[in-house]
Structures are given as C-alpha cells and as structure tokens.
Ligand binder design. Structure first.
Ligand code: PLP
Length: 396
C-alpha cells in the first residue's frame, strides 16, 4: 500500500487547478501591467482571481497582496510592521515559541536590529491564550504574530480572541494561517485580523504562490522593490497561472470543507486511538483543538528519523518533528516548546491526512507504525535501558 500522509508539508495539486493553470499559460500570456488587449485580458483574469480569493477570506480584493508563498508573506508582514513600529518609536513584538521558522527567523533578524521580542511560552497542550497575549502587551508593542494552526502538532489557536485583544489595544495583529486556510473557517473581519499569510500548496494549489492579506489603510514598506505591481506593495510581474490555480484550489477546498472535516475527524481520531495503544507513546497537542488531518506522536526509545525511513520502505510518506532532515541534530522547537524533553522529542512522528485518505489506509498506518516502533525498540540500546530500569521512562 502507498500512503501519502504528509499533507502538512505539501499537497497534491488539484486537477482543476492544473487545468486552469495550463489554460492560463496557453491563452492568457500577456503581462497584466501592459496597456494592450493581451495585457488587459491578463489583468482581468488577475482581478477575477483576486476577487475570488478575497471572498473566501471575507476581505476586499484590494486588501490582498500576491506573494511567492507563505514564507514571503510572513517576512513581508513582520518586516513591514516592524519598520512601521520603529517609525512610531515602538520596537517590541509579541509572538510565540512555536511559530514556523519563516516567522521565528525573521524575528531573530529583527532582534539583531534592535527590536525586543517576547516569545510566549506554549502550554503543554500546544495552545496559547488571549490572556497570555494581553499580559505581554506593552505601550511600545507594535505587532503581535500568532499562528492560526501549528504545522507540526496541528493545534488551533484562539485567533478571534487574540484578534479582539490586539484590536482593543490598538496593536497590529498578524497570523500565519498557512495551515488553516482551506481547512478551517477564516474570516479576517470577524476575527479582527490585520495581516494574514496563506500559501496555495497547503490546500492543493500550486507551489511558489501565496498571499498576504493587509487590512485596508495599512501601509507597509515593500519587501521587494521594483515596479508598481500589487499597488506598489510587491514588485514583480504577477505569476498569473499560479494565482489562477490558487483561486481554483481555494474555492474547491471551501466547497468541500464541511464534508472533508466531517470525514477526516473520525479517521484522525481512530488513528490517534490506534497509536495511543503503543506503550510509552504520547499524542502531541490538544486532542480536540487540532486540525482535522493532523496526528503527531512521540514514541519513547526510538529515533524519528529511523522510523521515517522504515515507514517509507513500507509505502508510507510521513514526517518527523526532529530536524535531522534539515541537517541539524536539534529536536523540533515546537516539541520543545510544549515541554517535550530532547530524548522524547527525537522520537516524533507526524502523519497528516488529506481528502483522499481512506479508512483502509488508517488501519494500515496503525498496524505498520505499531510494528515498526516495536522493531526499532527491539534494536535500541536506549529502549533496553528503559526496560531494565537503568533509565526512567519519561512517557508513562
Ligand atoms: C508551509 C508553511 C509556511 C511556508 O509556506 P511556503 O509557501 O512553503 O513558503 C509557513 N508557515 C506555516 C505554518 C507553514 O505550514
């Protein structure tokens, strides 16, 4: 059996999105900035895609800036808000310890430039609260950035409540909603969001395209200087085929969201129950406040990396929170943020389900992960020490 269980890393591009992209490439190759008819046809298609995406977020078309993806949207939001804050003498930013690196590494750069960063600690269940945000605000706070749903452990933050706290305090609120858009209800007005990042390839759109929602009236220095595209907010000829593909994929995701969610949650919970039966295993993140497709576990006494490789041999594409993939031996900052100790964090596994995941696949996943964990433990010196009592179990 072949199972793709890594939808949080990326998703298969929707056939309808591919068709729309190919058609756009063949037929609408003009530059949207050109005044001639070929350019104007492209500009019309661009405006249409913008309006369709805006409708899904409950914003105005003019409030969307197309980007090269989620990372660029995050960078633009943070760098822009920081510059704006500095101009007002405000150089304090509030975020959380378990953000995506696109946010964390941008904050690290801002810290070097003299900004003060407060990273809120995350509770053991993978959640932060609006109260924590409120308590961290200062008169010189220029920005709060809290992710909507975490990409590793799938936990969903109280975005509307955090938005209300920020709006009341008059502080800009950005959310990295890359894991949420297409999967959860998003309404930037109702949720008091000032800036929101999204990325098409996380909802069956193409890679290399995304958007930043920037609330009307907010003016940020552009990250990319050049032409006057995107109302002077992001230079560069628009990637029209990808933008059209993103609009198609987002509408599709929205149209099927209720049914997908209703189908995925029982599958997710069956997988969680099945893997919970493995001795000395623990679910990462809240069991309820989590993405419909996210299952994340730590297994004591094994290496997540070895588990991934063996699972791949057995037809399963999954992911591990341990960052060995990125050439570093540090365990995932997300798992550390929820209080997992290094040894335990190294034995992590993320299975992220998608629209085409079947119950048969869930059964195979439970069986295969259970067997593979048992096998890895049978050859693990750490497991032997745990078993003979020379090392205490951390996960009971
Ligand atoms: C994937 C992801 C990103 C990065 O998006 P890209 O389009 O790949 O640059 C940012 N934040 C989160 C939460 C993500 O899951």
């Amino acid at each position: 059996m072949q199972i793709y269980a890594d939808h949080a890393a990326t998703t298969k591009t929707s056939p309808a999105a591919i068709d729309a992209m190919v058609t756009t490439m063949r037929e609408t190759y003009g530059n949207p900035s050109s005044l001639h008819s070929a350019g104007q046809r492209a500009a019309e298609l661009l405006a249409d895609a913008r309006a369709r995406i805006a409708r899904q977020l409950n914003c105005e078309a003019s409030e969307l800036i197309f980007t090269s993806g989620g990372s660029e949207a995050d960078n633009q939001a943070l760098m822009g808000a920081a510059r704006r804050g500095a101009a007002q003498g405000k150089k304090h930013i509030v975020s959380t310890a378990f953000e995506h690196h696109a946010v964390l590494h941008t904050l690290r750069r801002l810290e070097k430039e003299g900004f003060e960063i407060t990273l809120l600690p995350v509770y053991e269940n993978g959640l932060v609260t609006a109260e924590q945000v409120r308590a961290a605000l200062r008169p010189d706070t220029c920005l709060v950035s809290v992710m909507y749903a975490n990409n590793e452990i799938g936990t969903i933050q109280p975005i509307a409540e955090i938005g209300a706290v920020c709006r009341e305090a008059g502080v800009l609120f950005h959310t990295d909603a890359v894991q949420a858009v297409g999967h959860l209800e998003v309404d930037v007005k109702a949720q008091n969001i000032d800036m929101l990042s999204l990325s098409a390839h996380k909802f069956h759109g193409p890679k290399g395209v995304g958007a930043l929602y920037l609330r009307k009236g907010l003016r940020l220095d552009p990250l990319i200087e050049g032409g006057a595209q995107e109302r002077g907010r992001r230079a560069g000829t628009e990637n029209l085929p990808a933008i059209v593909g993103m609009a198609v994929a987002l509408e599709e995701a929205a149209a099927h969201r209720a049914e997908n969610t209703a189908r995925l949650i029982p599958l997710r919970d069956k997988l969680i129950a099945g893997l919970s039966a493995i001795p000395h295993a623990a679910l990462n993140g809240d069991a309820v406040q989590r993405l419909p497709g996210n299952v994340s576990f730590c297994f004591e006494g094994i290496e997540g990396e070895s588990l991934l490789l063996l699972l791949d041999d057995r037809g399963i594409c999954a992911s591990s929170g341990s960052a060995c993939t990125s050439g570093s031996l540090d365990p995932s900052h997300v798992l550390l943020a929820i209080g997992r100790v290094h040894d335990v964090a190294h034995g992590s596994l993320r299975l992220s389900l998608g629209e085409d995941t079947t119950e048969e696949q869930i059964d195979y996943l439970i069986r295969t992960v259970t067997d593979t964990v048992a096998y890895l433990r049978s050859i693990s010196p750490v497991w032997r020490e745990l078993q003979n009592g020379t090392r205490p179990y951390i996960i009971q």
